[in-house]
Each structure stands twice: as C-alpha cells, then as structure tokens.
Ligand binder design. Sequence first.
Ligand code: 4AD
Ligand code: MG
Length: 478
Amino acid sequence: MKRTKINALLGSQPAGQVVKAEGWVRTFRNNQFISINDGSTIQNLQAVVELNQLDETLLKRITTGACISVTGQLVASLGKGQAVELKVTELIILGDCDAEAYPLQLKNRPSLEYLREIAHLRARTNTFGAVMRVRHAMAFAIHKFFNDRGFFYIHTPVITGSDAEGAGAMFRVTTLDANNPPRDEHGHINHHEDFFGRETNLTVSGQLEGETYALALSEIYTFGPTFRAENSNTTRHLAEFWMIEPEMAFYDIHDNMQLATDLLQYLVKYALENCKDDLEFLHKRAQDEENTKPQDQRSELGLLERLRFVTENEFQKLSYTEAIEILKNSNPNKKKKFQYLIDQWGVDLQSEHERYLVEKHFKKPVILYNYPREIKAFYMRQNEDNKTVAAMDVLFPGIGEIIGGSQREERYDRLVHRIQEMNLPEKELWWYLDLRKFGSAPHSGFGLGFERLILFVTGMTNIRDVIPYPRFPGNAEF
Ligand code: 4AD
Ligand code: MG
C-alpha cells in the first residue's frame, strides 16, 4: 500500500477508508495516542491503537523521535484538537529512537542556541519545520514573480575572478598546496600555476555578470549562493547567504524602486496566503518571545500584523540628504544616544540610524536613495550634482537593509573615470567596460538578501536560524 502524506490525510473526508501514514513520533500518550509528524505540514496526525492491541515490546519502541509506519482506517476524531484520526490496524517501526539519548525531548523545550549545535536534527522541531516550509514557499514565489513578468533566470558563476563590490572580503579558491605554494622570483604566490591560471574567489555578487545578460535579454534575475568573508558576527550576517539579483535594461532608479516594492509586497502577500498554518504558529512563537522582554522593548505589532502592514502601505521614499536632516535633529542624536552621531552630510548610515528612521520616525518600510558617491560602489550612476549616485536601499522594520541596488553608470567615460579614481583594476574590468562601448543602455538592478527576507517573514530574530546550515566566522559544522 502507498503512503499518503499527512497534510493530504488531514484535508480529506474521513469515511473509514484504509490509508497508510509514515513519519516521526512526536508524543505517545496513555499507550494509545500517537502523534505523528511527517513534515508535510505543521499539524500532526493522531494514530490510535487499542489497548492490548500491540505487544509490550513493540509498545516500548514507540518513542519520541522513532520513525513509524501506520496503516488503518481514517475516521472522524472523537477527541478535541483534530478532525480526523487513524485507527491503527498495522504498525511497523521503521527506525528506533533511544528516548534517553535523543536530544529533542519536548519536555524541556530546547533553546535556539542549542538547536544550532544539533542542526542535523532541528528540522524535526515545529519551529524549524515551519521556517523551512516558508523558506521554500518564498523561493518558489520569487521564481513565479519574475517568470510571470517575463524575466529570465540566469545562472551567474559561483567561482569568479571579479570582485563585484570592490569590498575585498572574499573567499579564495585555489588548488595550490597551502603548505608549499609555487612562488615567483619576488616570492609572491604564483597563481599562473593555479587551477584557473589566475587568482579566483567565490562570488560576492552576480551583478556584473547579470548586467551583461540584461543588456541582451532585457530583464533577468539571478538567485544563488553568495559568499562574504567579512568578520561580521551579527544576527544579520552570514558568510554564505542566498541573494536574488534582478537586472533590467531601460529601467531608471525610480523604476527600480517600484520593482523592489512590488516584489517585496508580492512575496509577503504570497506567504500570508500560502503559509497560513506555519505563520500562525510562528506568530504565536514570536509573541511568546516578545513577552519575555521588558515592556518598552516589545514591538507594537505582532508578526501577522507586521506582514499585513507591509502589503497594505506605501514604502516611504526618502533621499539620503533628507534622511541626514531628520537624523541630525532626532532625539537620540541630540541626546547622544546613537553610538555614531550624525554631524555632517556624507557619513555612512549605521543600522541604528536605519532602524530609527524605519521603526521610530516613519514606522514603515523606507527606501533611501541618492547616496553620497564616496560611500557607494564604483558602478552606481553619478547624479548631475556631482556629489551623489543613484543608489537605493530598502530598509525594513526589525531587519534594517533588506535590499541594496542602484541605477548603473552606463556612460563609458564616467565609468572609466570612477574606476581610475577608486584605483580599481581597469584592465580586469575590460568585459564590463565593453558593455558601455557596444550598445550601452540605461539599466538598473538590486540585490535582495534571501535570509533577511525569511527573517522578516518568519519573525525569527537570528539569521542563523533561517538557513539549514549557517556559515559564520568560526563555524562550518555539518
Ligand atoms: O548591499 P549589497 O552588498 O549589494 C550587492 O551585492 C549588489 N551587487 C546588489 C545588486 O545591486 N545587484 O547586498 C545586497 C543584499 C543586502 O541588502 C542584504 O539584504 C544582503 O544582500 N546581504 C547579506 N545577507 C546576509 N549576510 C550577509 N553577509 C549579507 N550581505 C548582504
Ligand atoms: Mg548594501
């Protein structure tokens, strides 16, 4: 007999039909009621065995964490809490689980920190099951959004010789012997003898390669793993994260901001409509966590309200210059409560400033645009004021920066000038500059941090808890 997934069983009419379910035991009460979860939904299936139906040794093997197969009739449940239950006629233990050794006993609710150490088992908890189902739904919705709009999914390389952000925080890729690398006459490591015949690294962004395809297919997006070797030990940074990077020919910075808004609102709405059970669970979970905080640090809106709020309200558009004026005159700045005080135009904004604008001042998502040239990447389009570039960041409550992007500099002379000014390797960017020589076009794009999106949608508070196996400084277990 074929197994039916629990989400399908729970959604079907109970009429005594014989069905088979397989999954992991969550609890076993009174030697009678087994609650089984197979990950297809956050809901468990209740399987009922008659007293004296199973022999003693088999009963003892029905422990939390054991994997079992049950066959029997699907009937309306008499008990509270579930509409249907399975009356067991046959029960097979597929995999025993030593209850004493199993780290996931429900009794002593394990902390998120502890669960990170047993990341190979944490997917069996309600929280991680819910987060990963939402993560899947968001990945699917991203492809659907772009496909429905005629964007093409482009696979940009993971190994590359280019440093898109010019930030220098890259993971090297090499096959040279770390203990005895070949050296040239100056004693420098000789990368001509390396696998690719040059220095290479894991990509920090697919943007530059993405641009080459936008200037051929008009509207494209990438969605892939991204690597940054920054030593950022925060709840918002990973060394390996996933990024979505749309790139569009014929879009200016305003079209770019509109697309970013449409995408985020679409995704949040998709989650609200398609992940109801999981979001309700996560909403309650977040509320329990909030209640452990002092009153003045609790957020005003619950998870579901926050999500609805984003789908129903315009994002606040604000130039960097306007933002600086607001921040300069803000209470935390005047009372010297900011760690980094805002004293002049041109300074980079820290997450404390971004969060002030979003959470305290406007109380809604903010799109900041037209940043000072000096604090942004070389490829951003220079504005006529000679001071700012057509950059944009989307800032979200509780998250800070969720999207970063810009209109790109499409004018050859301006771009070369900027590359030289910033001492970047002009020669290596020959192919990127070619785009501006051969049929250049105005174009724009942005990067959405996938895990930051999942943080927002699930209400989780640490980015290490929204990716199966987080990589961060000092950790690459599993
Ligand atoms: O602002 P970033 O660095 O922009 C770029 O990489 C551009 N090339 C994107 C583009 O225009 N195509 O990164 C974009 C987004 C950030 O807003 C943030 O959401 C996320 O990627 N991000 C990270 N997420 C997790 N861990 C990190 N270390 C991240 N660094 C950036
Ligand atoms: Mg950024």
